[in-house]
Design a protein around this ligand. Sequence first.
Ligand code: GTP
Ligand code: MG
Length: 739
Amino acid sequence: MKQQLISKLNKQIKLQDFILQNSDLNLFSQDEIYKIKDLYNKSKKLLNKLEKEEFEIAIVGLEKAGKSTFANALIESDVLPSAPERCTFTSTKIVYGAENKAVVKLYTEEEFNEIFKKFLEDLKYPNVEKVHFRTFSLNEFEYYFNSLEEKDPNLYHLHKGTTYEEIKDILKYRDNLELTGEVLEFRGDEIYSDKFKEYIKGKEINENNVDTSKPRSVKEISIQTNKLSKMQKAIIYDVPGFDSPTRIHQEQTAERLKNADAIIFVVNIGVNPNINSPQLSILRDETDNDGIPLKDKLFAFGNKLDSVNTESHIERNKNIFINEVVNKYSLTTFDRVFVGSALKYLKEKNLRNDDENIRFDVDSGIDEIRSALEKYYKTERMKVLKRRVDFIVLTLKKMIDEKVKDLEIIDNEEYLNIEKTKIYEKKSREVINKIVKELDTLKNKIKREFEENKYFSDEFEKMINNNEGLKNIDDNLVESYIAKIDNILSSTAPYEKIEHEIRKDLHMKYLRDFTKMINSLAEDKIIEVENNLVEVFERGIGENSEEIEQIIREFINSVIEETKYKKGNFDYLLERFARNVFDILLNAPVSSKDRISMIDNVKAELEFLGKFYNASNPKILIDELRNKTSSSKPVKLSNEEQIKTDINKDIELLKKILLKAILPAANLEIAFSNSINKSIMFLREILDSSNDLKKDELDNFKAKIINKLIKNDIEMIDKEIKTLKRKKEFLEKIEELGE
Ligand SMILES: Nc1nc2c(ncn2[C@@H]2O[C@H](COP(=O)(O)OP(=O)(O)OP(=O)(O)O)[C@@H](O)[C@H]2O)c(=O)[nH]1
Ligand SMILES: [Mg+2]
């Protein structure tokens, strides 16, 4: 039985501990957690009790009922002080030990001050936190308390006979308090000495005054005595009277009542065998709450039966008492009610030799109650313990079962996962729609821009005006050619040869320069468009960072890499329209035979270009190429100057033709705008999934961006899922442990 209970309790403790460890799951309310903590403490105590086979007996009753005398009788000793006046001021624990010994644990100043402040708090004394009992003014306190009579009469009357008296009592002998926090030991016969007993009963100053500062300084007293050899597992608590005005003692009594295996209710039935009901409420309040009815562990002892007024009252008082306890108040059963005289027992055994006398020779009743306790210890006590354990098991099980019922309700992990997908999809749709809308706007804007402006012609003109290419030649250049040719031929310069060399080089270089300039314009524009696209995406996403920009660029590039304008795309167009004019103007000298024949060879082409050059007079292009319009009078120039002037005239004409005829004829804007349009359209199709050529790239892009945007929401859900999983595991575990 004992082993069974121990293993049952161990399981419960494990279970309670597990629940408390996981209290952050909030499966149990704060109130429930408190309850479980309470169960946990109870279980631990109970386990300890079972393992040590301890038998806790609390001796309770009104002041001066003879509790201490009764306890002395029970252990056949006179170790506990007793007196006609109130004399037990602290609760004392008595246990068995081969050697007599007493241990007194004293409070520290701080501990005591905390208790003192609690008293004042109960009286609603102002600024309690600043109070120290050593410096506290009794006058001020009395003034305050007396003022309560009018201000708060309820409070005043509640504490008048109790807390008020106690505070005064503390202050009266406060200089004698021993608040060292020490543990004092009394060995052998010292336990019978006044020096020790004063820690229980205080010190008599005179007939009316007892200095209670010693017992007040006590946190705990325990006596170990060899007198308890008959009841070695017993722990007996002698406590101050129920009606003790001392608050700490009331609390101590309450605690004892809760934990006791047996309660002995001592009543003075010498004069009045009736029980007054106020004392019963304490008994009732402090027990019963762990599933054990008071009745199951209460023993009643009608004491001082020797001191009745007349002999006939012996039987009368006994019967009244039994009737009160058993029938009227149902405190216990008949077999647990005893009457007698503790004093008589001590006198019989020569344990007390003072002049207090026994009036009538009654049976002491001590042996009877002792053997009843022993019997109870051996038999019923285990039943009581089992009921306590069962009560703990049941209380917890009920709480757990209620939670397990909610298991279905919280089983929504799947739902949360779907919720995650939903959030992703929703955000994804939102972002894509916005980007697509913005893309349409951008597409239209670019289209209009190219329709309204001649981008390439305009920019090219600017470049030429800024002299960024196709520059006129200068004297130095001509000189350098003269020097070069000179070296080679080491003869007088043949100027035709020099002009030929210059033109040959210029022809190649300027053709290349021209293509380069146009290409660079295209590239600039492409970069601009790409930046516009990135902005469009950023607006759609509604967030930007370097990382996001990087992801956007990667995605855009991966989608439009095939449709996008690439360097050299215009080379063919430019070549087709510009090559001939370059050949005519740069390769062959002015009015040379070569130039004339070249013009004739490509006449049709030049006529076509002429329409762009001058719509009302297309022929003028060929005339200018043939140098027919030149009306300026020939000026006498040196040979070198002549070369420079001729070539520069051709360069100027070339630039004019490029700008006015060739670029408009090539119409790069249309080609360029179309390619951009194509890229944007493609991007749009990919985004709205009407084209799944780049599905992987899109999915990858969405995963990166959308997951970033919904990170917080997802984290929250993940956290919820994690808690949910923990909750489920938790419930499974407690179900398993609770089996
Ligand atoms: N005549 C007679 N006197 C008793 C008996 N038991 C105790 N007394 C006396 O009653 C007085 C009070 O006894 P205590 O044992 O101090 O009573 P108590 O209940 O412990 O008192 P507090 O702890 O101070 O509340 C003492 O003078 C005892 O000697 C008894 O059976 N008969
Ligand atoms: Mg006492």
